[in-house]
Design a protein. Structure first.
Lengths: 175, 175, 175, 175, 175, 175, 175, 175
């Protein structure tokens, strides 16, 4: 078993797609986290509704190009993740974006409530960091190196909370 | 100006699509109403997620085949209407179906909250009859015969309510 | 078949109505888009609740004046589109406006959940641009010139997304 | 000051309107309660959307005919109460009916979220009995006899709960 | 029949209560509108939960003091209107205030969903002006003078919208 | 420290109140669980809205009578728990009941969203068993015997799930 | 019976936990109110999801360390209160925090809708002051001194509202 | 690369956990679909709240036992998936179950709205079949045999819809 992320540094294995370039600020955490895990990724703006042809071409070619997990972020009637999932058997992670008046409820429902046969692995509204970690977890099922990095990440996360705990107690004069 | 529905009785000008054959009972009113208006229509089951290829082929060919209005019904993360709207400039009427645990709210949001540039003309949850009437109204903008039938329909509808009013008063002994 | 929008430049064929003049900023996109398509339109402030008489007069005379599609925007218990739809057989497009504490959910429900027989073609909350495009699509069912402009618009929209895709990749140093 | 309900037994002072005759079972409590208070009422089926003309005629004539309070029940995009309120200065009581897939939320929002200037006195979803009592309370502001009956009703209601309390304790063997 | 508002200028006939003094800015429209109609009113801060004794004393004495309509505004689990309605047979108008994280939905449900026997005449979220107009409409059922002022108000309101219509058309260069 | 529940078997220390006797079936689990813990309780039907006087008398006297925890169940605009909490400093546990068209959302919001100063300890919609356990937990803060029974209950609960786990595996032939 | 809060000033009897240190500003009222009641408390940041080990260790040791009530605040899929409640029989008070795009609805549901057997005493969204008062009420069931302080607090609260009432009337020139 | 599911038929690589045995009927589709894909799985009933110890033991040992994907189904304040995700770096798929009065909205929010760092791959309410397919997609990123079966499954699914399309047209006499 090889370390997928490390062995081919230039060939992306995760695709991060957004329905609009205005989603980029909310997707920044995702890109940073993938980089932190050393996972090679690509980024693109593809709209399920405004560029259906490109969405189709992307989804049908992704696997051949070596992509193993797709992350798709969209707001409103968020169809991007679902459209991609309809065209590939790769795992598709959906990130509902809170860009409309309905503050993400529409995107959440449109992303998660997929019909039997075509799942989208949905994370929380605007939860782009979690999309990256989920992608890492999926890849780590066959990448022991990445798996170790995930375990280290989890430990660091616990330490960070513990540190905040100490700091808060000091600030409140409770310790 | 010709009567679109009457002049080519066998060539459908409205397409009624459902995401699942289980939506048929809820779409029956739509078919009956189109028939009542003498509008030639076709019916098909096309899933945006399970048969994306057929959805694509349908949408790109519909106009050439003479279709002038598309009605698309789907439940859950209801993408059918949106997928079709992304592939054609024909008016697409969306009918959100209440088939999931969220009783149609998911389908309503996924149908109506389309991004700028790709509208879906959404009617109420399960409101398949209204989809038919809206299709008729759209066609009637260029079909004076159908326009007259719509006016007559509206008058009959008012009469039917008036009759119910009389009947209710009689039954309650108020008249 | 003639180009409806171009042939009579001064005679409006689309009416854009708002329940309140405070809705104008949200409806600006609608007016700009109609203009972009070369569709002659008129604008008015008519309140279903505060000027019911004018709403009635407008709806019953619209058709005679040559109006072929009505766009109605309102917030809260948004009845404007429904009231107009009850009085005409012209297609009525409803734009729910997010002006209340319930951020548009009330307007969405009040616009889309019409009773059998009286449809309103509802677009997303505050989605005034889509109302214009839907009006264009409806008119284009009998206007090949407008139809071509819609196809061109769709192509430009796809190109714009593709451009943003290139720009985003350059900015992220991914290309 | 005279007893409005008793003095002219045949001239209705309260109008109970429904958007559809299918709302009658849910409005039965309203009619029974008005009768219990001795308030002369009339009942009719008028649809804001299917019979806008009759709604208009009713609202503009109601006051002249001696109607002093209007009760309007409707489901879905429930516009009936709002349409009537736009045409009269009589108090209009709205009863949202849970007849759609959205189980009355749509009717509640469409009834209560009226724009500044045109109130509808909204009661709970399907709460037709409360509409009758509210009508009685409004009339009782100028009818001491009815006022006394309301006080007696309130006392009986308290007694009924107290009785149920006794019965429940007996049944549970707690007394 | 006497003009209730004008005949005893100093004796309030409408009580405007708020659950918290922080609701005052949202209730300003209510007070201004009552003043505009020449209705004598009083204002107080009474919390159903923090001053239950004062709520009780107020409600049981209101009628004797000549109050004929109560307006109660509260946010969150808005019980003020309901508590007062449980203690008096006067009409109680409830104004749900959007002061919590749930932006008024909690207040709306807590105000409108009263049990059978104890209605609250609910207006829209933060719709304090409508509470005043509804109070005027209720009082006007027995006050022809006030009734005339309501009719004049309705006419002015329609004129104001018509003026805005003219202004908007001029600004857009459409007239 | 004494065992509150066991030492005075006849003097109730928990009051279980319902807004309506129709809530009894949903509150059965609460009564059974209190009995299972050997906690002396009383049951009553008191409506915040229909019997405000009895609610007041109950709340102000409860403490003197030895009541230490109050459980209040109500549906719709569920004010019972809040009204009691406004009148006593005893802990009040609220059980929102799903009796209305809004299936308990109204009751949940009306119970939990109390203003600063007057908390209601809210459990889930219809979660009457949890109200009993919470009451037991509160009493157990000063009752070591009851505390032991709670620990035993928690252990039995875990065992019951473990048993179901075994049974399910056997039934599926997975063990 | 001893005054729990006063007798061991340095040994905390209430634990206030937050899922994230970013919740501190919203929990400030809770800490201040506990201090106002003279209740010894401790504060910590423990994440159910990021530091599950610490959550487990805390919950299983809390009782032995003398903690008698736990207050747990968290946003999003707020599991902190539930996780603690699953590991202890101490009363756990949950404070849903409005930190996500769903403005606290997610936290409210995730906190209050606990399964049978494991209650969380839920207060309103962001209602941290009420969590402190509820903790005081629970402790006061066995602490007459604290009980008196709660009564005094309730009286002061009523006085404060009465004062605001006077001030508001003066400011409006109504007194 | 080996076919994970086929090579060790008896060693489960997917764990399907339910919060309650009453969730089994809704999870049947999941088990059947895993079997259809030839994926070895285990089933268990583990409650995050009633058996936290077993949840902890399961999550910390799962990876060592060869489990590569966890599927967790729960209703109400559905914490099971989140608790497991907090204790392992394996991908955890969450299935919100519609078992409460809030018909799955509570479970959806409690499952999907996880904090940064701890994702749960959420599928639709009651969408247990999609959980199985998503598990297969995840495993297939490193199992070409399973990957082929997924492609075949997708093709069969499209064929099934096409067949239904033919059958529906025949039944409607449209072909």
């Amino acid at each position: 078993m090889t370390d997928a992320g490390a062995s081919k540094p230039n060939a992306p294995i995760v695709s991060v797609l957004m329905g609009s370039d205005s989603d980029l600020p909310k997707m920044k955490d995702c890109l940073d986290t993938l980089a932190e895990f050393g996972i090679a990724f690509e980024v693109d703006v593809i709209s399920a509704h405004r560029t259906p042809g490109r969405a189709h071409d992307f989804a049908t070619a992704a696997e051949q190009r070596g992509i193993r997990v797709i992350i798709a972020a969209a707001g409103g009637a968020a169809h991007l993740a679902g459209v991609l999932a309809s065209l590939t058997t790769l795992p598709v992670i959906g990130v509902p974006i809170s860009s409309s008046a309905l503050h993400g409820l529409d995107a959440l429902y449109a992303t998660v409530q997929m019909p039997p046969g075509v799942p989208v692995a949905t994370v929380g509204v605007d939860a782009s960091k979690n999309a990256a970690i989920l992608a890492a977890q999926i890849l780590a099922t066959a990448d022991s190196n990445l798996h170790d990095r995930l375990k280290a990440y989890k430990a660091r996360m616990a330490d960070a909370v513990a540190e905040k705990s100490q700091k808060l107690k000091r600030n409140l004069g409770l310790q």
